[in-house]
Design a protein around this ligand. Structure first.
Ligand SMILES: [Zn+2]
Length: 462
């Protein structure tokens, strides 16, 4: 969830003034930004009667193909000027498509980027049609992905228009936006839950409710999240990411043409340069559904590959807007960044396995992390009659937990500290005075590898 107090689903709906409507959601492959095909250039030239050799025609662009037509006479010959040299004369072939209106058309003649051409024959009503399909102006545009592409494609999304985003919340009646927004290279992928109801019968309506709440209630310029996923694995486009100054030119990727992600409002202090994706629902004690998990893995894999992020790594991130730094997993939960329960304990506990699945999907980013974190500097500190603090370090950021027991007694375990850290400090309480305890420390890294120390001991005061 975004920064702030948890709010109930009822509060969402009370504040939501959106009209309920049935949305027909059509999922199409998501296009990627690229250059359009070149605009086709043509130049037609009427040569009239040709008796012998025609004039030299320069159509002002390199000729890829030439088509010739004529009214009377046999098939003429053509030749092309390329690199200052004329090709041999070649007789044109008649086109396979029957000619109409007393005019005969040639098949297209490959011209190999010639700068000029010439026609020879005994013909009347000669016309030539020069074509260039490779050098015309191109424009930046969204293109349909190629099915055989070797990279990971963005999974299908429900666009803002499809889920019914009321763009008048962000935009003035004249079609200009009320706000401006920023783009930064994506350095971290942050997972949230929305703290709305599970088994949601109408997830698109909930997305609309979150949107209106974030804008009209919370005062954000737009919905906080970059993307949202429902329990059936449908991914919704979150925050608008079209160019500044536009209201209806959203980009499906959440990025500008340079591949920089739009800044959201999902993780206070760390919104610039991070992508926030929220699972619709509440996952404090319930894990996310398998379809939602599959969609999340696919989305994270696409983002990881696109932004060269190792999904198993924990690295230092510098907020590109503020310059502040923090060490966190590349695929992290909201609670790795600020004090919050988000994305819920059950979903947070799924993240190590999800990172492994993302890494397997991305494949080439390097060998999977199968090594448990290295534990060092274990010590029992501040030992009193009934309590003690166990401290240790891990070489990589990892969770912390202590298992302890009196010899011959049942083993007990401290609550799991799920925050990924290198320095660990775990209190143990309700110990028996004047008693010797054994203990081991347990740390699990971001990839889920568990390390367990050797058995250590301490004795409480009498
Ligand atoms: Zn959150």
């Amino acid at each position: 969830m975004p920064e702030g107090q948890p709010i109930t689903r009822r509060a969402f709906l009370r504040r939501a003034s959106v009209a309920a409507g049935v949305l027909a959601l059509r999922l199409a492959p998501v296009p990627a930004l690229g250059l359009s095909v070149p605009r086709t250039l043509t130049a037609e030239r009427a040569l009239g009667r040709v008796a012998g050799t025609s004039i030299v025609v320069d159509p002002q662009f390199p000729v890829d193909y030439l088509g010739v037509s004529w009214e009377r006479g046999g098939a003429p010959f053509v030749r092309f000027l390329a690199d200052g040299r004329w090709s041999p004369w070649a007789q044109v072939h008649e086109d396979e498509i029957p000619s109409m209106g007393g005019r005969t058309w040639s098949a297209l003649v490959p011209a190999d980027h010639a700068s000029a051409y010439q026609i020879r024959g005994e013909n009347t009503g000669v016309r030539a049609f020069a074509i260039n399909t490779t050098d015309g102006p191109r424009s930046l545009m969204w293109q349909q992905p190629e099915a055989q592409a070797s990279h990971i494609l963005q999974p299908p999304i429900v666009t803002r228009a499809q889920w019914g985003a009321d763009e008048s919340l962000r935009c003035n009646p004249d079609g200009t936006p009320k706000f401006s927004w920023s783009f930064y290279p994506t350095g971290k992928l942050i997972v949230h839950h929305t703290v709305t109801a599970n088994n949601d019968p109408d997830p698109a309506a909930t997305v609309r409710a979150i949107y209106v709440y974030h804008v009209q209630g919370r005062g954000f310029i737009d919905i906080a999240y970059n993307f949202l996923i429902d329990a059936s694995g449908t991914i919704y486009k979150g925050r608008y990411s079209g160019p500044n100054g536009t209201c209806s030119s959203d980009s499906p990727t959440g990025e500008d043409p340079l591949g920089r992600g739009v800044t959201g409002a999902h993780t206070g202090g760390w919104n610039s340069g991070t992508m926030g994706i929220a699972i619709l629902g509440t996952y404090t004690s319930t894990p996310i559904t398998p379809p939602a998990r599959a969609a999340l893995v696919e989305h994270l894999a696409w983002e990881s590959e696109r932004h060269f992020l190792d999904p198993l790594a924990t690295t230092t991130f510098t907020n590109p807007a503020s310059g502040t730094t923090r060490t966190a997993p590349n695929v992290s939960g909201h609670r790795d960044w600020t004090a919050t329960q988000c994305p819920g304990g059950a979903l947070y506990a799924q993240l190590p396995a999800i990172r492994q699945e993302v890494a397997a999907r991305v494949g080439q980013i390097g060998a999977p992390d199968t090594k448990p974190p290295r534990i060092s500097a274990i010590e029992a500190r501040k030992i009193r009659r009934r309590r003690a603090i166990i401290r240790w370090r891990t070489r990589e950021p990892a969770t912390g937990q202590v298992r302890y027991w009196e010899p011959g007694h049942r083993r007990r375990t401290t609550p799991l500290d799920q925050s990924l850290q290198k320095g660990h400090k775990v209190p143990i309480r309700r110990l028996a005075p004047d008693t010797e305890y054994r203990y081991v420390v347990l740390s699990r890294d971001a990839a889920g590898n568990l390390a367990k120390s050797r058995v250590k001991r301490f004795a409480t005061e009498g």
